[in-house]
Design a protein around this ligand. Sequence first.
Ligand code: C2E
Ligand code: MG
Ligand code: MG
Ligand code: MG
Length: 294
Amino acid sequence: HAAKADRLGFVVYRPELDAGAPEKLALFGDLRRAIRDGDLLVHYQPKVRVEDGRVVGVEALVRWDHPDRGMVPPALFVPVAEQTGLIRPLTDAVLDRALADCATWRRQGLDLTVAVNLSARSLLDLSLPERVAASLRTHALPSSCLELEITESAAMKDPGRALEILHRLRALGVHLSVDDYGTGHASLAYLTRLPVGTLKIDRSFVQTMELDSSDRVIVRSTIDLAHGLGLRVVAEGVETRATWAELAQLGCDEAQGFWLARPGPGETIPAGVTELERRLASSGIPPGGRTRAA
Ligand code: C2E
Ligand code: MG
Ligand code: MG
Ligand code: MG
């Protein structure tokens, strides 16, 4: 695997790693190896259209089953990749795996979009649009199969450059979403300039909307704001049946969360989708949801 090693060879030393982080340094070496050897996994979580309970897509979530540590959460190793130059090969690996799995589902007759998360560095990487286009070509998929999730805070690191890259991605026909909406600090003025089609409401508001009236207000106004701007809106972190029912009442477009489905390996998706759609169809929610409220 000399070629692969060479490709990663630019990752030698970053002083950031010394900032009191021997832990990170150890993770870095293992992570570099895991990416090189193709050991990272990708799990998928269904996104459900609230109106009719159909699964319309999945979100790709990277997983690392470390030989000694077991499952390391992405919240721990994605930042390490981000600080060390490993984020480009990580993003490429997830993108490639996600598009390969998406192509497999399509061959099985399952028409799902797949969403891949972009970290700040990937979003500001001028080579990204061409890499995305190349990966779509490799898997012979139309760009409409792919969605990329970005965060406001990532875009704000270099708003002009982020805007340029997002426009190039959009020109390819890839769908763009703002993830964790409500936790960043982009101005609404900047947000409306982004060529995105979807806002994903951060799960910290959704998880507690049944208990906390201010969270409910935030969710409701975000749905209205998104619709007013002509954007679709996804609620993440739907953990209860009550939340799902409430989102149907509020006219939320799509939902994701443990109550609907937990992330799982690609092979489990076709059966998981059938089972979830069946469960929702018999749950009586939405009870004519949007149509009745309208
Ligand atoms: P995210 O993009 O906001 O992804 C949603 C996270 O919420 C996932 O955690 C998912 O497992 C979790 N989740 C989904 N439904 C529920 C729920 O009902 N309740 C709760 N408590 N959690 C729920 P995960 O997989 O640990 O990922 C965490 C974050 O790591 C992601 O947040 C994303 O920012 C980042 N990440 C994951 N995969 C990738 C990747 O391939 N590349 C990059 N750059 N970042 C990634
Ligand atoms: Mg996401
Ligand atoms: Mg999110
Ligand atoms: Mg999040």
